[in-house]
Design a protein around this ligand. Structure first.
Ligand code: UN1
Length: 503
């Protein structure tokens, strides 16, 4: 896109020239590596005002009936449907993912809105049998308070939406600190939220959804602030460790979605055609920059020579190009630092005896300032510290196994525990993979790759991935406080556990 086309895209999203010219934060697009905007960042006192506004919003919003709150989310979903293409183009511009995937990301927002609308009528508590005569027990779920969402550049809008759609339906305002790399997408979403609030009516309080554009200091302030009962953070394990510590020190709650180092086991019973497709999508898609990207391929020795050359061949054919061009499957890495990190990982792999193919810079003539690469496959002699480290790039480490238990041990033998997959048509193998002694990850897939989860399931993982769950299933419970109630409708006061205490 040309400079003029950027402006057209911003204007379509309601972002005026003044908002992209005056600010202190330079925004670079990974598409060609040029600076496309300067946006204003949020100062510390602005953030305090925001938290105050969020509190006032909370006092009003928690009293709005949940199904009515769901109506706000319904309108958000409707508006996103209308704005899907515009927003997808800004996502591509901001983070560099190919347009098809950017559209998928906006679709993921729409899907979670639909889910949360239904949820707004299903915030069920239980009734519980009381051990005392003439007593009734129940539990209710109440709104929690302002929720801070800290998101990463690679899913600049979907992660916010998983949190925000649930939070708002559950009665909580949201303060969003997007990655400082992708503020434009967040600004476009904020316009949509403002539009939704005005269409909704007067019972949408100002400050229901706000964005705080800026660096890690803002995230730290949100983590420290006693008035934010829940911080949901997506990003590196290093960031998560910091946020978790700060939030825990004040007894706040956090949802952490941190690094992944996802593996796929391919057994002799695998459908290899399916395996090749699943591998290429999950290892090369989003230029290997998903938390769920496939990074480790654990292949049985009997099919190793049938599979690995096919994957290598498929890699050679992957169309690399501008993420705006239809047909491109591999767009740029976020920036040249990411490419340097990829190169350094490949050099280490080579030193460790890995056989590296691919991983070279690409399209240097056309985009000298961007960071396009060819996807890399590395046949590794062992699962070294390097393999156990998440490098955010399209690098696929390939390991060989003989016994099934060995494959499971390799799969689980890394510090991260987000997603995992097995390719096999053998029921015994797939069930062992899914059993208690199988995959230790939050997500365990059979005959699909580890990435591209639907919103209906809870999303998140174990160990250094942080343990949080967002999105579907009962993840909503993290956004509410549970209250257990016992009601005595008798004329006596029997005590629990049969205790007698009569003065
Ligand atoms: C992420 O990379 O932070 O399962 C999220 C997936 C997507 C979400 C990825 N639905 O790959």
């Amino acid at each position: 896109m040309t400079n003029h086309e950027y402006r057209v895209a911003f204007a379509a999203a309601g972002i005026g020239d003044a908002e992209i010219e005056a600010g202190d934060l330079a925004v670079t697009t990974p598409v060609d590596g040029t600076v496309i905007a300067h946006v204003a960042t949020c100062g510390s006192s602005d953030l305090k005002d925001m938290i105050e506004r969020a509190h006032r919003a909370f006092e009003a919003w928690r009293m709005v009936p949940a199904p009515r709150r769901g109506e706000w989310v319904r309108l958000l979903g409707e508006t996103l449907r209308e704005e899907k293409e515009t927003l997808a183009r800004i996502v591509t511009l901001d983070c560099g993912k190919v347009l098809q995937e950017a559209r998928g990301e906006v679709q993921e927002m729409i899907d979670i809105c639909d889910f949360a609308v239904g949820l707004s009528r299903q915030l069920y508590g239980r009734t519980i049998a009381s051990e005392r005569p003439g007593h009734r027990m129940l539990e209710a779920w109440h709104p929690l308070g302002p929720v801070a969402v800290i998101s990463a550049f690679n899913f600049p809008v979907a992660v916010w939406s998983w949190n925000a759609a649930l939070a708002v339906a559950c009665g909580n305002p949201v303060i969003w600190k997007p990655s400082e790399r992708t503020p434009l997408t967040a600004m476009a979403v904020q316009k949509i939220c403002d539009q939704v609030s005005s269409a909704f009516g007067d019972d949408a309080p100002p400050g229901l959804c706000q964005i705080a554009v800026g660096g890690p200091d803002l995230g730290e302030e949100l983590a420290r602030n006693q008035r934010i009962p829940l911080v949901s953070a997506t990003g590196s394990t290093r960031m998560g460790r910091q946020v978790a510590g700060t939030v825990a020190a004040r007894f706040g709650r956090s949802i952490l979605e941190l690094g992944g180092n996802n593996a796929m086991i391919v057994t002799p019973a695998a459908d290899l055609d399916l395996a090749v497709r699943a591998i290429v999508f999950s290892a090369v898609g989003t230029a290997g920059q998903r938390c769920t990207s496939l990074r480790r391929l654990i292949v049985h020795e009997d099919i190793y020579d049938a599979l690995v050359p096919r994957v290598r061949e498929a890699y050679r054919k992957v169309p690399i190009g501008s993420p705006f061009e239809e047909g491109t499957l591999l767009g740029p890495l976020y920036d040249r630092d990411a490419r340097d990190a990829m190169r350094s990982a490949l050099e280490t792999a080579h030193r460790e005896g890995g056989i590296v193919s691919g991983g070279e810079p690409a399209l240097l003539d056309r985009y000298p300032d961007a960071a396009y690469v060819t996807p890399a496959i590395v046949e590794m002699p062992a699962q070294s510290t390097l393999v156990a480290t998440e490098t955010f790039a399209p690098i696929l480490y390939v390991l060989k196994y003989r016994e099934f238990d060995e494959a499971i041990a390799l799969q689980n033998g890394v510090p991260q525990g987000l997603s995992s997959a097995i390719m096999s048509t053998d029921l015994r193998e797939t069930e062992r993979f899914l059993a208690a002694a199988g995959s230790d990850c939050g997500i365990a897939n059979v005959n699909i790759g580890p990435s591209g989860a639907e919103i209906g399931g809870a999303f998140g993982g174990e160990k250094e991935t942080g343990g949080g769950r967002e999105s579907g299933s009962d993840a909503w419970k993290s956004y509410m406080r549970r209250q257990t109630t016992t009601i005595n409708y008798s004329t006596d006061l029997p005590l629990a556990q049969g205790v007698t205490f009569k003065p």
